[in-house]
Design a protein around this ligand. Structure first.
Ligand SMILES: [Zn+2]
Length: 154
């Protein structure tokens, strides 16, 4: 396992999204011995609560508090996320760098366009070459008899 490789990877649009939506899950996974990573798609440069530098410092502190092993930033345009070929290529490269077994994506419905697009972009990058094998992503709501990929994280 390389130093960038993780078992569980959370992908989100902005630097505080992961902490607000699944920070507890990530901290618990770390505490139970799993390697965990985060990919922030943007630097939050258009945020109303702090500039990119402030948000980077906050993200660094949050990363340490959660115990997350790897945190990468895709450097895509904040407030202008696109699920286009260049964005997918960037995200696929980062997913391949981290080689996760399980990926947590944003909920696909919401008010902020970046959040919706981050969900779609993550799904397409994961399934389209990042590591998902081209199939539909598995979700925690699956009715499949196959155990959820998060089943080992308690
Ligand atoms: Zn956000």
């Amino acid at each position: 396992m390389t130093s960038q490789q993780v078992e569980l990877l959370a992908i989100a649009a902005h630097r505080d999204d992961v902490e607000l939506t699944c920070g507890g899950t990530l901290a618990k996974a770390v505490r139970t011995g799993h390697r965990v990573g985060i990919i922030d798609l943007t630097q939050g440069e258009t945020g109303t609560r702090g500039d990119a530098t402030t948000r980077a410092a906050e993200a660094e502190r949050a990363t340490r508090a959660l115990g997350v092993h790897v945190r990468l930033n895709a450097g895509l345009r904040d407030a202008h996320l696109q699920n286009d070929e260049p964005s997918r290529a960037t995200l696929i490269e980062l997913i391949r760098t981290t080689r996760p077994r399980v990926v947590i994506l944003p909920f696909p419905v919401g008010r902020h366009p970046d959040h919706r697009i981050a969900s779609e972009l993550g799904r397409d990058a994961w399934g389209g070459g990042g590591g998902g094998g081209g199939g539909a992503p598995r979700t925690g709501r699956s009715k499949s008899s196959t155990p959820s990929p998060t089943a080992k994280i308690r």
